[in-house]
Design a protein around this ligand. Sequence first.
Ligand code: NAD
Length: 320
Amino acid sequence: MNYLVTGGAGFIGSNYVRMLLSGQLGPVSSVLVLDKLTYAGTLTNLASLPSDSFEFIQGDICDSELTKKLVSRHNAVINFAAESHVDRSIEGSRDFVLTNVLGTQTLLEAARVGSIETFVQVSTDEVYGSIIEGSWPETHPLLPNSPYAASKASADLFARSYYKTHGLDIRITRCSNNYGPYQFPEKIIPFFVTNLIDGLKIPVYGNGANVRDWLHVDDHCRGIHAVLMHGRAGEIYNIGGGTELTNVELTRKILNLMGKNESSIEYVTDRLGHDIRYSVDITKISNELGYKPIVDWKQGLSDTVDWYQRNEGWWRPLKT
Ligand code: NAD
């Protein structure tokens, strides 16, 4: 199969590309990454990949001529390209609308014209809003609260419309919070770890009681691949880890792994519109595709902290 991976120089996309080209997800003919290389994308995430089956093109998913040209040579599009940081979307949401909504629509249109076989739209649990108890099934209404989540929800609706109107084989995945190596150091785990390496304080929003479900990036990528290979056209699949933690619990675990104490915590004014809790119900992907996360949370977090400690050369230039 020939894969077009958009946003493949970012955290999750580059992990997926490395997994694809290592052969652990099955046979691969070729992988082309299309990435704009915004502040969040870097070619160092794609270093040392086999040049006979891998190609990189710098470009924008909003570029309709380019996307039409690239799509025609591929069987599958996996769209990771996005503006992905909630805090940035609160400061200004224009780029989120451009890339996450218009960019996705542009890619969908290219996929339609180019008769792509399968299009996977990588989405997020944040489109559902916030939930005090229980977990969201895929049928839950979309009630996004941040501009980031609103832009991702809009993209999901465009993807669905291309299935309903044009019969394009689209599949949507909605995943919980990811962690692992190569995550841009503005996101909570690498931000805290790298601050602690530098002896800096770590800012916890509000009282730190917000709950997130954490999934190792490898498990997310396995879920996306299962949906691509064995999912059904037009369907939505939640992907989650089942490790729910408050932000304070997560912070304490990081402090513990790094031999630090709570004096490093600085409680700061809460994020605007901060969702209390996210929780996805993964019954559908488990029952239909036999999916379950396999990375042990404690080991995964420990390995991740260790990775940032050993790879200062990767994160320090990005953090400035
Ligand atoms: P990221 O910010 O690390 O990477 C995004 C990539 O997209 C970057 O390489 C960037 O250069 C590229 N990009 C941005 N705008 C582009 C454009 N217009 N054209 C081409 N490329 C562009 O994000 P991530 O954490 O790897 O997330 C990937 C996807 O997974 C996103 O769609 C995000 O919404 C979704 N997601 C992320 C998480 C998470 O915890 N990180 C959880 C669920 C879903």
